[in-house]
Ligand binder design. Structure first.
Ligand SMILES: Cc1cc2nc3c(=O)[nH]c(=O)nc-3n(C[C@H](O)[C@H](O)[C@H](O)COP(=O)(O)OP(=O)(O)OC[C@H]3O[C@@H](n4cnc5c(N)ncnc54)[C@H](O)[C@@H]3O)c2cc1C
Ligand code: FES
Length: 396
């Protein structure tokens, strides 16, 4: 106790000395602002507003997916965690689009003089942005964007060192990044087991790369679970409660990244296994291509086309907005720039003011603050028009 009192008195004494020192430095300070702002420079290096990525290699990661390796044109790649994403800013036709892609390489790959990041993009059906990548992006292409974003990464203060990853489709990318980082010895004491669900073995993304990490690193185990491959001799079917129980080990943190349909099955399984919210986390998920899958989505709205009045500073545009697409997509289609990052309602970058009309907000990731809800703000990436609307957005 006496130590605490002494420490307290020392702090009080110290505070008065600091006040004196501050007074002196204010009195002797120059009236002209210091042109070198070191703190700003560090902040900019950690979170640059804008980056340029030059593609240096492209390779296949499965019959339907490609890995794009990129360096930063100014040589600096900000520090990031395995599981975070790059947000690309793309011009496709007249539209300026932003799209997130998880960094599938390890943070350690980005360090040093030859530092790089990789994204793995899947095109298993016609898609706007993956189609554009596959058809337009090759070695030498310069892409605009920035990084790092996202909160889906291992946090030692919160997570168990025993990680069980549940992945589907391109949802393997954050876990491949983690696996590589573990193999580099950069996530000390962490063990990672990946249950990776696919239909057929040819659907597995980064299959050879995963096999290599597993072979080289005893802390990483990969279990493929195939639901439609007759000849498969490994685990079959979907990722069930029984499979999770079989592989989860002692006191795991379960991490999920995959499609919404898979999430629903997995969420029920982990709940039945008695895992607490703290021990079950999922990455952000895109809105489903069919919003009728969303609980509460108004029947009959899917085929409607609404009028959307968009106010931006002194600009006023009147555009169409389909009932089956989020408001952000209507803006993108009309070539009105809108800043999106997570595209699932979580981050708030696309925060928009609703001046009139009605919207349906997706229950998947309504990350608005209570005050925003009450004051008529919404996230355009995860809200669907259900009447004609008037909205106000910032000018980008
Ligand atoms: C955090 C995060 C990380 C991700 N990481 C990965 C990853 O590692 N790998 C991966 O493959 N995917 C990843 N994704 C998904 C990825 O961001 C894309 O959503 C995905 O590749 C599909 O592309 P798309 O959005 O163009 O799809 P689409 O479904 O083709 O398009 C999206 C919307 O744009 C609309 N649209 C159509 N035409 C136009 C037009 N002319 N102008 C404007 N809009 C139009 C479509 O109707 C649709 O509503 C990630 C998503 C998130 C949220
Ligand atoms: S882009 Fe993140 S909330 Fe809309």
């Amino acid at each position: 106790m006496s130590i605490k009192v002494k420490g307290f008195l020392k702090d009080v004494g110290g505070a008065s000395r600091v006040t004196e020192l501050r007074k002196k430095s204010i009195e002797t300070a120059s009236a002209v602002p210091d042109p070198v702002d070191n703190i700003r420079a560090v902040a900019d290096a950690l979170h640059p507003d804008h980056m340029e990525f030059r593609v240096t290699a492209v390779r296949e990661a499965s019959p339907t997916s490609r890995v794009y390796r990129m360096v930063s044109t100014d040589g600096h790649i900000p520090v990031f965690q395995a599981g975070q994403y790059v947000n690309f800013r793309l011009k496709i036709g007249q539209s300026e689009l932003t799209r997130p892609y998880t960094i599938s390489s390890a943070p350690f790959d980005a360090r040093g003089e030859q530092g790089y990041v990789e994204v793995t993009i899947r095109r298993n059906r016609p898609y706007l942005v993956p189609d554009w990548f596959f058809e337009n992006v090759g070695v030498g292409t310069v892409l605009q964007g920035n990084m790092p974003f996202g909160t889906f990464y291992y946090e030692p203060l919160r997570d168990s060192k025993n990680l069980l990853a549940l992945a589907g489709g391109s949802g393997i990318t954050p876990f491949y990044s983690m696996a590589r980082e573990i193999a580099y010895g950069k996530m000390k004491g962490v063990r990672l087991t990946i249950l990776y669900g696919s239909v057929h073995h040819s659907d597995i993304v980064l299959g050879e790369e995963l096999a290599r990490v597993e072979r080289d690193c005893p802390e990483v185990k990969v279990v493929h679970v195939l639901s439609g491959d007759e000849g498969w001799t490994g685990e079959k079917g979907f990722i069930t409660k029984e499979l999770i129980a079989k592989y989860m080990g002692e006191d795991p943190t379960v991490l999920f990244c995959g499609p919404i349909a898979m999430y629903k099955l997995v969420e029920q399984a982990v709940t039945e296994l008695g895992l607490t919210c703290r021990r079950f986390r999922h990455d952000v998920m895109n809105q489903p291509s069919d919003p009728a899958q969303l609980a509460g989505y108004p029947a009959g709205n899917k085929n409607k086309v609404w009028k959307l009045k968009v106010l931006r500073g002194i600009h006023e545009d009147l555009i169409e907005a389909r009932g089956d697409e989020p408001v952000a997509v209507a803006l993108e289609r009309a070539a009105i720039p809108v800043d999106t990052h997570c595209r699932c309602g979580e981050c708030g970058y696309c925060r928009t003011q609703l001046l009139s009309g009605e919207i349906f907000v997706s229950p998947n990731g309504d990350g608005r603050r209570l005050m925003d809800k009450e004051m008529g703000w919404f996230h355009a990436c995860s809200a669907y028009p259900v009447s004609d609307l008037t909205i106000r957005i910032p000018i980008l």
